[in-house]
Design a protein around this ligand. Sequence first.
Ligand SMILES: Nc1ncnc2c1ncn2[C@@H]1O[C@H](COP(=O)(O)OP(=O)(O)OP(=O)(O)O)[C@@H](O)[C@H]1O
Ligand SMILES: [Mg+2]
Length: 278
Amino acid sequence: MHVRDLGGHSGCKIVLCELPDENVFVRKISSSIDYNKRLEIQAEKQKKFKSEYIKTPEILNSGMTDDSLFYFDMEYIRGITLAEYMNTIEIGKVREFAELIANNAISTETKNSSDSVKIFSNKIQSLKNTLASVNNDIIKTALEVLDKHNWSMFAKTACHGDLTLENIIVKNDQLYFIDFLDSFYDSWLMDIGAILQDIQTMWAYRFQDEVNINTIIRLIVFRDILMDKIKPVLGTSLNEVYYALLLKLVRIYPYTNDEKTRLFLNNKILSVLSIIAH
Ligand SMILES: Nc1ncnc2c1ncn2[C@@H]1O[C@H](COP(=O)(O)OP(=O)(O)OP(=O)(O)O)[C@@H](O)[C@H]1O
Ligand SMILES: [Mg+2]
């Protein structure tokens, strides 16, 4: 079997495997034994995912390596990530994709969500403890805003868990979700918060010295169409997705150890605080 590294940033190994009969598949291997359970949940989430708007690579197989690491095999999607496609995509396609993502999110069935307030409150409390020694007024204000917010609007639904532009592959104008994640709270509103992290704050492009103006315009169009599409569902509570985005950004802070990313986060958190305030 011929194997080629596909990269991936957060630890798991992702390899493209080619069999002698030229059949190819992707194998995702856990980064450590401790991570096995989370990758198993990811495979389960991917297996269960059903949508009339979006596809996901079919799971073909799963098992354990000789080093006791969990892995799963899936269909290889010969395409590019939506983050990369945003550099060349036509505006008409941006509209189509934004609508597909919005339709997929709002079509999820609501489960019992009576415990949302407690779960969010616990999460924010633990963030406050983690960030207690951080001497940064923007973070302090953000934590206060998050703490005071009433999270009861966050319905528990199926969700992706880490819906970034890098976790969406496009092939023949079909969108595929990959890299599902078990999150502390499953809600489509958190998925919108995650995608806003890329299309509102341009997180996926943070390492680029300069982002092409056309890409920026496409991201703005993407955001506007996405927000227009979910407006009828959320009505006057449309701002809820910006609370989800704020929580996403603050949650990155404890893992940030370079000054450039910290500055980036400060700026973006400040701008989200101002959207929420207005
Ligand atoms: N089924 C697939 N078909 C084609 N390309 C894939 C597939 N799965 C992963 N990739 C490529 O590999 C990259 C990394 O995969 P993935 O997002 O699952 O890992 P990651 O971001 O490193 O995740 P983790 O945080 O779980 O370690 C993707 O952005 C994509 O380019
Ligand atoms: Mg990924």
